[in-house]
Ligand binder design. Structure first.
Ligand code: ADE
Length: 242
């Protein structure tokens, strides 16, 4: 898979690319990653990419020409073009899985007050990483890239990504490591029992319990197995929830 970032600030991605799992994924060619500065496409003699808003108002608006010309240059027949804006579809693990299957993802980062609305004619979708406003799309593009890269084959262990929070619409069960007792706090004994079936059941129960407590909205439209339904009923009974 290839990810292309269209940005006025390519240097913001240097730290992201230089560290940990992402750096290894790039080095092992699990992902091809490029940043393109769309200012280089500006035909204006001062390389301007923005102008004042039509109708007046504060701030500057990114113009069509540099972005559309840059897109024409980097786009391939199989590319998906995503514009990062606070008014887009909200990003989550399902969207990450969807994008992870694309051969080429182009992430368009804005800055200043926003994009000329006509740029929407040249993109596949708008995407937001949450209900807040960032100074630009770059950090959002890193969030999306990180979530998509770790889902590429061979980047992390598959069992590890299958157990993640939000896979199967459940939050992850609690994890522990040595020492077995830390400052009087003990690791649950079932995890030391070596009994795989009991450990699986405990983890499923904890996932259900945590999700019910912290994100009950995730359980609203979820299909449960018989085992999960029974566990959930028990958890609710013990907590006195109907
Ligand atoms: N640009 C500014 N805010 C954003 C957000 N919440 N998501 C994606 N891109 C953005």
């Amino acid at each position: 898979m290839k990810i292309t970032i269209l940005t006025l600030f390519p240097s913001m991605f240097e730290g992201f690319l230089k560290n940990s799992i992402i750096a290894r994924a790039v080095a092992n060619e699990k992902i091809e990653f490029e940043c393109v500065d769309f200012r280089e496409y500006a035909t204006d003699k001062f390389h301007r990419v923005d102008d004042t808003p039509c109708g007046g108002g504060a701030g500057m608006v990114l113009q069509c020409q540099p972005i559309v010309d840059c897109l024409k240059d980097v786009r391939m027949p199989n590319s998906k073009v995503v514009m990062l804006t606070p008014s887009g579809r909200v990003f989550n693990q399902k969207v990450a899985r969807e994008y992870a299957k694309d051969e080429h993802l182009i992430l368009l980062c804005g800055h200043y007050e926003g994009f000329d609305h006509r740029i929407l004619n040249y993109v596949d979708e708008e995407l937001s990483i949450g209900d807040f406003v960032l100074t630009g799309g770059e950090i959002a593009a890193m969030v999306v890239s990180d979530a998509v890269i770790r889902l590429q084959e061979g980047v992390i262990r598959t069992e590890s990504s299958n157990d993640d929070s939000f896979e199967n619409d459940l939050l992850e069960y609690p994890q522990y490591t040595r020492p077995i007792v830390y400052d009087g706090h003990e690791v649950p004994s079932v995890l030391l029992s070596g009994h795989h079936e009991n450990i699986r059941k405990w983890r499923l129960e904890k996932s259900l319990e945590t999700t019910l407590e912290k994100r009950p909205d995730l359980l609203q439209n979820r299909q449960f197995t018989k085992e999960e339904l029974k566990m959930l009923q028990n958890i609710k009974k013990n907590k006195g929830i109907k």
